[in-house]
Ligand binder design. Structure first.
Ligand SMILES: Cc1ncc(COP(=O)(O)O)c(C=O)c1O
Length: 391
């Protein structure tokens, strides 16, 4: 181990130190109110979330996973239905589809954005008579562009559920904020997210008021009126303490997002100066050892929940070890496609998903957070350059 200070993936202690007074004042108000589950602070946060997404309605809940489950149930999706979703994402994206009793139909990804490939989605949709919805995921802070899939969904009356767990504050290539294009968008406020609570929390936004009413009901066991239940819901209420923390952090989100973007661009520039390539260059050609993501043209905005590079699969383990030796954290998102998860094996397509499988072997997330020092970025890039000999 080197004598250098450790560079973690994220530094929540530093983030909270900066806003500690605001948080403590907010918590004191909750204590004085005596109301800890739902209530006025939760409603305030819901209003703020809806505003951020240009949406009419927002409903909070207990996690991003619950948000996805609530969206599916509120849309009436269940046994006998099929839902398209990307094979490259966090487990919850597909697990919630299976958990409502529906079949996740895995779609391959675009190798540049790592998001669902809309052309592949349409190809698969053509042969699924019981298709009821499309779930997209905005990985690492970049909105999944729908391209021709948007018109296809409109023509076939398929609601789009946007797994926006990683993309709060992002803008798509058409200039629309996260959550605006989808029928319903689902957020996670898990502590490590760009907008993170101090525990589990989640939320949904939609422009459909009937849908939002149904979601709000389902998150309190499906209660129609006090003591009366026509269907089974779940207990997924947001705590007032989490809502207060989220409202306070929301005031800082824009500044934090800008700080993340500046640091991501610094990584990009340093890697480019060492000969790394961005765009669609193949890692298997020639001596290319590292590829960065192509920058997103305006008005699009990537919020860099994670900064991802691609390296040849036979060099990734050695690179992780070399970084660790220097006290630098790195992480693989995701080591398996969702179709390769044992719990979802029943839904795996027989022919495999080549772009997803390749990404699981090549991608690596590097430290990125608003408080990360520029010198530390240089140390990460130096270590990678020396290890991969890309200079
Ligand atoms: C893409 C994606 N979907 C869903 C989730 C689930 O969110 P949560 O952990 O809040 O349940 C996460 C977060 O981990 C995620 O990254």
């Amino acid at each position: 181990m080197s004598d250098h200070k450790r560079i973690p993936m994220l530094d929540l202690v530093a983030q909270h130190a900066e806003i500690e007074e605001e948080l403590l004042d907010g918590f004191a108000e909750v204590l004085a109110s005596g109301r800890f589950v739902l209530g006025s602070q939760v409603e305030t946060f819901e209003t703020e979330l809806a505003k951020l997404c240009d949406a009419r309605q927002a409903v909070s809940c207990n996690s991003g996973t619950d948000a996805l489950w609530l969206a599916l149930r509120a849309l009436g999706i269940g046994v006998g239905d099929a839902v398209l979703c990307p094979a490259y994402s966090f487990f919850a994206t597909a697990a919630t589809i299976a958990r409502v009793g529906a079949t996740p139909i895995f779609v391959d990804i675009d190798p540049l954005t790592l998001n669902m490939d809309p052309e592949d989605a349409i190809r698969r949709a053509e042969s699924i008579p019981n298709l009821r919805a499309v779930m997209t995921a905005d990985l690492f802070g970049q909105i999944c562009e729908l391209g021709p899939l948007e018109a296809y969904c409109a023509e076939h009356n398929l609601p789009i559920i946007e797994d926006a767990a990683q993309s709060i504050g992002a803008i798509d290539l058409g200039g629309k904020p996260v959550g605006e294009r989808a029928h319903v968008a689902c957020f996670s406020f898990y502590p490590t997210k760009n907008l993170g609570a101090l525990g589990d929390a989640g939320g949904l936004v939609t422009g459909d008021s009937a849908l939002s009413e149904r979601i709000a009901k389902l998150r309190i066991h499906g209660e129609d009126e006090p003591g009366l239940y026509h269907e089974l819901g779940v207990n997924s209420r947001m705590d007032a303490l989490q809502a207060v923390a989220l409202s306070i952090k929301l005031r800082h989100l824009e500044r934090w997002t800008r700080a993340r973007r500046e640091r991501a661009l610094h990584y990009d520039a340093l890697f480019a100066s060492r000969g790394a390539v961005s765009g669609d260059a193949s890692l298997s050609d020639g001596n290319l050892s590292l590829r960065t993501s192509p920058p997103l043209p305006e008005p699009g905005r990537h919020t860099y929940h994670r900064y991802i590079v691609r390296v040849p699969k036979d060099k990734r383990a050695a690179l992780i070890a070399a970084l660790d030796q220097q006290g630098i954290a790195s992480e693989i998102y995701y080591p398996r496609g969702l179709h390769q998860q044992p719990a979802l094996a029943d839904f795996a397509p027989r022919e495999g998903l080549p772009q997803t499988e390749r990404a699981t072997c090549e991608t690596l997330a590097l430290p990125l957070y608003p408080e990360l020092e520029f010198d530390d970025i240089e140390r990460v890039v130096d270590t990678i350059s020396e290890t991969l000999k890309i200079l």
